[in-house]
Design a protein around this ligand. Sequence first.
Ligand SMILES: C[S@@+](CC[C@H](N)C(=O)[O-])C[C@H]1O[C@@H](n2cnc3c(N)ncnc32)[C@H](O)[C@@H]1O
Length: 408
Amino acid sequence: VQAISFHTLRWLGAAEAVREQLVPRRPAPALDALLLTALALLWPHSQPPYSAHTLVNEAVTAAGLRHAREAGFVNAVLRRYLREAPALVQRLATDPRARFNHPAWWAKTLQHDWGPLAEPLMAAAQVHPPMALRVNRRRATPAEAAARLQTAGITARASRDPLLDSCLLLDTPVPVTRLPGFDDGWLSVQDVQAQRAARWLLGDSDDEARADRAADGWRVLDACAAPGGKTAHLLERATLDLLALDSDADRLSRVGETLERLGLTAQLKAADAAQPDAWWDGTPFDAILLDAPCSASGIVRRHPDIRWLRRPGDIATLAAAQLRLLGALWPLLKPGGRLLLATCSVFRAEGQHLLDAFLQRNRDATVGWLPGRSGHLLPLPDNATPLDDGTTGPPGDGFFYALLLKPR
Ligand SMILES: C[S@@+](CC[C@H](N)C(=O)[O-])C[C@H]1O[C@@H](n2cnc3c(N)ncnc32)[C@H](O)[C@@H]1O
């Protein structure tokens, strides 16, 4: 069910454009959902998930479970699609919804932000995401973890990027329950680009790798911690006095579960990071991670519903909240301290422009490190990971990172 839903959401633009051609009046929601699902699955793909015959039969049977008349309607629409598909597909070739499968405002924002990269970005959102693992260095080495995976028939390759020295990429994604070593805290599932955060916050840049132990004893704030992927990575790499905050108590409980599985400890607090008066004890932090709530436009290939659920006004609202969080947390940093700002967004409003707005208001802040030229890591092939066998892995998720330094 999840695979079918995800496929439909990835190709919803094309499915809606076809449905409008075939059925001028929008059917009732449940019937429309069934039709759109069938049309998304029937839309031409290099590897069609099902044969056209199977699809039409199953869609008609499903409609018949509700009403015989609906079965007849679905049968007529889908058979007409099959008869007219070549002409329909050709007619819709210039319809942006069918071509890009993203809402028009989203496509426009990407075109504004990234010009010719907008189309490759939208195409990348149609591809199934890779599965990357992070090895808990306190429990195993990547080689040991890879060997254990191999015994379960799972092939994992290590990254050659020195900053991704705990990262394994699976050739084929598998359910977490099939990963040997997961319950023992050897492994976590975490995207390649997300694995950069802990290294950058603890003091490594791409040019200058250094021992994480240098951060031992640091007092660290993870301001938006849930579900705890980056919190755990920080604690795997150094022995920290870490406070993990999240405003969502239910999500915060997942941080606790993750840390327990991995054998790590931190202080957890459900609180609004933008209101330090309510939770800060006045002792400044050596380092702060602000992995801010955002549009998640950098991870649409993992969550294909995001593009349809967001509204155009959300981006400005989110960027304003991110700026508020940054402004509230900056004073909590020690002189000489470092703050890593992260969003999993490809929109410049939630990255480069957010950083500019912050620097305008906080003249004491300097940028210590910015990946790429803008801080944005786009989910495109030039951000793919080199692997230990000499091949290149798939691109990681879309992220924005900026390391901010406070003068001594
Ligand atoms: C991008 S997620 C963090 C992901 C996490 N750092 C990880 O690597 O697993 C953003 C989190 O911020 C939390 N959040 C949103 N607004 C917040 C606020 N004002 N204060 C603290 N947490 C907040 C959300 O509940 C959400 O869990």
